[in-house]
Design a protein around this ligand. Structure first.
Ligand code: AMP
Length: 397
C-alpha cells in the first residue's frame, strides 16, 4: 500500500510517496515558485532525479508536474496514481475543532478554510492544495488531514488561555494552540517504545529544535503544555522568530518607527531570532561557526537560544512535577551536541548525566544519557511525513 504525503505552502509543495509495508520513502520532491513561475525537483529512492522548470500558475499544475515526475519521467516510481491508496495532508492549524486527524469531506474543507483566520499563511494554501488534488486525482483517492495542532488539544484551559480580556477568546479564539504536534507525538511515542513503558506511565519533554522550534511536555500520554502559542511565533528564539517577549517592546518600536501591525508581524517572524541578533544568518551552522570565530553577536545569539531552551525545559519539569525522559529532535536537536550538552549539564540538579562520546553522534537515534543518569536523554530523528502517512493509513483501513 502506498500513501502520498503532501505539505503545501502558498508557493511551494513538498511531497513524499511512502510504501507502508516497509515504511520506506519511494520518492520525494518539491515544487517551488507556484503562482510565479514553477519548478520541480523529484528524487526516487534509488538516486534517480528529475528536475524541470514548468509553468505552475496554481497548485493544480504543480500536482500535474508531480504526476508526470512520478509516473512518466526518468525518475518514475509508479505507473499510475491508481496505485496510491490515499493522500495525507499536513495542516498547520486545526484550531479547537480538530483534536485528531480526519478524512477530508466538504465540511472539513470548509472548516480548514475558516481556520485560515488563525493561520493566514498556511491554511488557505492547504485548501488550495486539497482542491487541486481533487481536481487532479478525482474523488476516488481518499484524502486525510493531519493537523500540527491536534496533539496539543489536550492542554487544560489554565495552560492555553492568555491573560487578555476573555472576550478576545470568545470572539476570535485567541489562545495557545501550539505547533509541530505531529513531530512531538511521533517522538514521544518513540521515547515510550525505547523506554519499554506505556506512555501513560512516563513524563517526557520533547525538544523539537530546528529553524522553527518548540518544546512540549507530555504527561499521562498526552500533551500538557507546549512552547508555541497562538501562532508558531511563541516560545523561545528561533532561526528568524523572536519567541516570547514583552509585547510592550513591540508597541514601543511600532510607535517609534511608525510601523503597522503587519510590519511588526513581519519583523517578529522573518527578521528576528538568530538572524536578527547575530546579523549573520538564521542557520544554526553559520551562527555557531561565526561564534567560534569570535563574533560577539553570533555568540550572544547562540547563548540566548540555549538559555531560553533550558528555561523551557526547566519550566516543564516543574509543570509535570518531574521528568523521566528528554528527547532532542529536528535539525539542531539532532545535530548539535553542544546545545544538548549545555541543556543537560544545567539539569545536573535533576541527576541528568550524558555520555560525551554518545552525545557526539549526529542525526541518528541514540540514548545519550549514562546508565546512572536519573533521566534518560535521547536523540530521536523526527519523521513527520511517516507520522502523517501512518495516520492516513489508519483512517482508511
Ligand atoms: P530544520 O528546520 O529541522 O530543518 O532544522 C534546520 C536547522 O538545523 C538549521 O538551523 C541548521 O543549521 C541546523 N542543522 C542542520 N544540520 C546541522 C548540523 N550538522 N550541525 C548543527 N546544526 C545543524
Amino acid at each position: 500500500m502506498k500513501i502520498f504525503v503532501v505539505n503545501a505552502g502558498s508557493s511551494s509543495l513538498k511531497y513524499q510517496l511512502i510504501d507502508m509495508e516497509t515504511e520506506s520513502v519511494l520518492a520525494k520532491g518539491l515544487c517551488e515558485r507556484i503562482g510565479v513561475s514553477g519548478a520541480i525537483t523529484h528524487k526516487a529512492a534509488d538516486g534517480r532525479e528529475y528536475k524541470a522548470e514548468t509553468a505552475m500558475p496554481t497548485h493544480t499544475e504543480a500536482f500535474e508536474a508531480v504526476v508526470y515526475a512520478m509516473t512518466k519521467s526518468d525518475a518514475k516510481v509508479i505507473d499510475s496514481f491508481d496505485e496510491i491508496s490515499a493522500i495525507g495532508h499536513r495542516i498547520v492549524q486545526g484550531g479547537s475543532i480538530f483534536s485528531k486527524s480526519c478524512l477530508i469531506n466538504p465540511t472539513v474543507l470548509d472548516q480548514i478554510d475558516e481556520l485560515g483566520a488563525l493561520a493566514p499563511l498556511h491554511n488557505p494554501a492547504h485548501v488550495l492544495a486539497i482542491k487541486a488534488c481533487i481536481k487532479t486525482f478525482g474523488e476516488k483517492i481518499p484524502q486525510v488531514a493531519v493537523f500540527d495542532t491536534s496533539f496539543h488539544q489536550t492542554m487544560e484551559p489554565k495552560v492555553y488561555m492568555f491573560a487578555l480580556p476573555y472576550e478576545y477568546y470568545e470572539k476570535y479564539g485567541v489562545r495557545k494552540y501550539g505547533a509541530h504536534g505531529t513531530s512531538h507525538h511521533f517522538v514521544s511515542d518513540r521515547v515510550a517504545v525505547l523506554e519499554g513503558k506505556d506512555k501513560k506511565d512516563i513524563k517526557i519533554i520533547v525538544c523539537h529544535i530546528g529553524n522553527g522550534a518548540s518544546i512540549t511536555a507530555v504527561k499521562d500520554g498526552v500533551c500538557c503544555d507546549t512552547s508555541m502559542g497562538f501562532t508558531p511565533l511563541d516560545g523561545f528564539m528561533m532561526g528568524t522568530r523572536t519567541g516570547t517577549l514583552d509585547p510592550s517592546a513591540l508597541t514601543f518600536i511600532a510607535e517609534k518607527e511608525n510601523l503597522t501591525a503587519a510590519q511588526i508581524n513581519d519583523i517578529c517572524n522573518k527578521k528576528s531570532g538568530m538572524l536578527g541578533v547575530s546579523g549573520i544568518s538564521n542557520d544554526n551552522r553559520d551562527v555557531c561557526a561565526a561564534a567560534d570565530a569570535g563574533n560577539e553577536r553570533a555568540k550572544l545569539a547562540v547563548d540566548m537560544q540555549r538559555y531560553q531552551i533550558l528555561k523551557f525545559v526547566g519550566s516543564y519539569v516543574a509543570a509535570m512535577n518531574g521528568v523521566d525522559a528528554i528527547a532532542f529532535t529536528a535539525g539542531i536537536g539532532e545535530n548539535d551536541p553542544e546545545l544538548r550538552e549545555y541543556v543537560c549539564k544545567n539539569l545536573g540538579y535533576l541527576g541528568v548525566k550524558i555520555d560525551n562520546e554518545k552525545n557526539h553522534v549526529r542525526g541518528q537515534e541514540i540514548k545519550i544519557s549514562t546508565e546512572d543518569s536519573k533521566v534518560n536523554v535521547y536523540v530521536i530523528p523526527t519523521n513527520e511525513e511517516l507520522a502523517i502517512a501512518r495516520d492516513t493509513l489508519a483512517l482508511i483501513s
